[in-house]
Design a protein around this ligand. Structure first.
Ligand code: SAH
Length: 258
């Protein structure tokens, strides 16, 4: 291949916008957004980026992330500097994996593009920070969406980590198309953990409509949630520090005795 053929043309930067509050966007992400010529993403995320001259916005309601990723890569091949935006961190149940899946399956010359990921503060860390340190020990994150994996896989993974004593952050707990998954997940948790285990429902963290609840596992089973909610199931070691008239602190000690 000649040098001209291997030369990277445009670029794709996959940017995490953080949980909502613009102050939680990293400086590095802000610089990448300022440099972009094209902005691609799901409508609510594109809407978070201020309009400016020289920035072409491609807000899509297409839920097929790989299609959006291909669009970004095609634009970059035509020489454009493309920003693909996700809420939170783009590597956490978001666009980064979709872009690399498209690259892996796509034409060989897509691999010569400059492709970079700008991390963001993911919802579980923003939610955990609001309440103390519920993820202070070992923890894991599971998406309850069964759009991209069978529900049996979700429950097998959830059961394994609950039995192992980890705190678990549940993303995509519920939506109008998936109304029952959270109830099943909490029913499974109730078979393994004490009814008093702390469970956090953190909705729209760092946005104007933020709502935080600290419940017991028993209470959580009938508590309402929506797609802007992040659920954190405490580990057996997770504790509350009660406070008058305020939410308790929730923390998981780092130390675990044998
Ligand atoms: N890439 C995102 C996650 C995308 S999956 C991130 O790193 O945060 C979408 C799910 O993330 C939602 O269903 C919800 O469970 C969670 N989520 C995203 N932003 C949130 C916020 N500000 N507050 C609470 N949960 C949030």
């Amino acid at each position: 291949m000649s040098e001209e053929e291997t030369e990277a043309k445009g670029s794709v930067t996959i940017i995490g916008l953080g949980p909502g509050d613009p102050r939680l966007l990293t400086e590095s992400a802000r610089i990448a957004l300022d440099r972009a010529q094209d902005l691609i993403g799901y409508i609510p995320y594109v809407a978070r980026v201020p309009e400016r001259e020289g920035l072409v916005r491609h807000a899509s309601d297409n839920r097929v992330e790989v299609d959006r990723a291909r669009h970004a890569l095609e634009l970059a091949m035509s020489g454009r500097r493309v920003a693909v935006v996700s809420g939170g961190d783009p590597g956490v149940f978001a666009m980064a994996a979709a872009v690399f899946e498209a690259v892996e399956q796509g034409p060989a010359d897509w691999r010569n593009l400059t492709i970079e990921v700008e991390p963001g503060i993911t919802a579980m860390l923003a939610a955990a920070a609001r309440l103390g340190a519920p993820l202070g020990g070992d923890f894991c994150a599971i998406s309850l969406s069964d759009n991209l994996k069978p529900w049996d896989v979700v429950t097998a993974r959830l059961e394994a980590v609950l039995r192992a004593g980890l705190s678990v952050a549940l993303y995509n707990p519920i939506s109008s198309a998936r109304p029952w998954q959270l109830g099943r997940a909490l029913a499974l948790a109730a078979e393994i953990l004490a009814p008093s285990t702390p469970v956090i429902f953190a909705r729209a963290v760092t946005r104007p409509d933020e709502a935080l609840r600290v419940l017991t596992l028993e209470e959580a089973r009938t508590a309402p949630a929506d797609m802007a909610t992040m659920v954190i199931i405490g580990a057996p070691t997770t504790r509350l520090i009660e406070r008058d008239g305020r939410l308790p602190f929730v923390y998981t000690p780092r130390s675990v005795t044998a």
